[in-house]
Write a protein that binds this ligand. Structure first.
Ligand SMILES: C[S@@+](CC[C@H](N)C(=O)[O-])C[C@H]1O[C@@H](n2cnc3c(N)ncnc32)[C@H](O)[C@@H]1O
Length: 218
């Protein structure tokens, strides 16, 4: 049953090759996203789009930017695209791929903003930690793909992952942490506070603190 369900979404995604792009089979090369979108607008990447609530709202409200969503699950990428289409957005593309591959997808300085919201903390067993997205190698890729003054916005409910990620960024010569909050609902007034992802919705209703940072590429 599960496999059929997955296959159903694979077919739906493959049938729509203009919006769903794969790294192996990518019809847009690194450095060619401006051609794909037919403009030179800033490119924003959301990693782990999930069901696409934040993604679809952002791209439908900001036609002056281009949005690329990245997730590893067919059902999720399909839903993110459907929600965006229902809101009449056309300034987006979706990549079903591991975010660790961004170095093959984007050229140097191609990205203006990157959003990572509630990434899996992989904290149940010590040996899972190697699966975490935020590691030195990934920061090196981000430093390459983000333009100067481009920024990363990262939110999580997981304090240990948050703190260890901030330590990695502090140690990296290419970044400055410009905003850092351990309870951003109470402490900050930022644009993405009103546009919640599914996980943020869940964590806010559980009344846990949400940690938030903005990090700028120098
Ligand atoms: C905990 S969910 C959060 C989803 C969404 N950002 C939210 O806040 O509701 C993590 C998401 O990241 C995706 N994901 C996990 N590892 C990934 C990776 N290496 N690259 C891209 N997406 C990944 C999962 O499929 C899932 O949709």
């Amino acid at each position: 049953m599960k496999k059929e369900e997955v296959n159903h979404y694979i077919t739906l995604c493959r049938d729509d090759a203009d919006i769903f792009l794969w790294v192996d089979d990518v019809s847009v090369g690194a450095g060619e996203w401006g051609k794909y979108f037919w403009n030179s607008n800033p490119i924003c990447l959301e990693i782990g789009t999930g069901m696409g609530n934040f993604f679809s709202e952002e791209c439908s409200h900001h036609p002056e930017k281009n949005y690329i969503g990245m997730d590893i699950r067919y059902k999720r990428v399909y839903n993110a695209a459907e929600k965006s289409r229902q809101k009449w957005a056309s300034n987006f593309a979706i990549i079903k791929e591991f975010a660790q591959e961004i170095g093959d997808v984007f050229a140097e300085w191609e990205l203006s903003e990157v959003y990572v919201f509630f990434p899996d903390p992989w904290a149940r067993k010590k040996k899972q930690l190697k699966n975490r997205l935020f590691q030195r190698e990934f920061l090196d890729l981000l430093a390459r793909c983000l333009k100067s003054w481009g920024k990363l916005i990262y939110k999580t409910d997981h304090e240990e992952y948050f703190r260890s990620t901030l330590d990695l960024f502090r140690e990296h010569e290419a970044f400055d942490i410009t905003v850092e909050s351990y309870d951003y609902e109470k402490e900050l007034d930022v644009f993405d506070k009103q546009n919640m992802t599914e996980f943020e919705h869940m964590f806010r209703s559980e009344q846990g603190n949400i940690h938030y940072t903005q990090i700028v590429r120098k």
